[in-house]
Design a protein around this ligand. Structure first.
Ligand SMILES: [Zn+2]
Length: 160
């Protein structure tokens, strides 16, 4: 394995490793325009997806099914949209990037964020690297949820 000196990837070098102290490992996500959008205690690639639209499901409130994720969303509330689904209508209260107004997610209840049980994030709307288009920005609905961590190659980068 060639020796790679990668100074720019230091901040993400520990992401792929599951550790006991996961509470300390907060992930930061950016809009494709570079604006800070989300900080969360788990990689969004590892979170479940909605079957309906592939959106990433972020649990926002504690319930019998599990505890809420620790996260903060930096987004502005947008319009409410009404969608037709197979089982009826669905109302979405959208979140937008504060800088470029790209829609980045939604919830089923009116603002503020986390007023409902879940916050949904559009797959591909967020990147873990500032100013970089996420690798899944263009794929529609493939079902893979793991193994997307492109930074896992840096795992052996302990010598300096
Ligand atoms: Zn943006």
């Amino acid at each position: 394995m060639p020796k790679v000196v990668s100074r720019s990837a230091v901040s993400s070098s520990t992401d792929a490793r599951p550790t006991a102290s996961s509470a300390a490992a907060l992930r930061v996500y950016y809009c494709i325009c570079g604006e800070f959008i989300l900080v969360i205690d788990k990689t969004i690639a590892s979170l479940p997806r909605r079957q309906t639209d592939g959106a990433i499901i972020v649990r926002a409130q504690d319930s019998d099914a599990g505890k809420a994720r620790v996260f903060k969303l930096n987004a502005v509330a947008g319009e409410a949209v009404l969608l037709e689904r197979q089982r009826g209508h669905e109302r979405q209260f959208r979140f937008h990037c504060p800088r470029c107004t790209l829609p980045i997610g939604y919830q089923s209840t009116p603002p503020p964020a986390k007023s409902g049980p879940y916050v949904y994030l559009f797959a591909g709307a967020l990147s873990q690297v500032q100013g970089q288009v996420p690798p899944d920005a263009f794929d529609g609905e493939n079902g893979n949820e793991e193994g997307q961590d492109s930074t896992s190659l840096i795992g052996g980068n302990v010598y300096s």
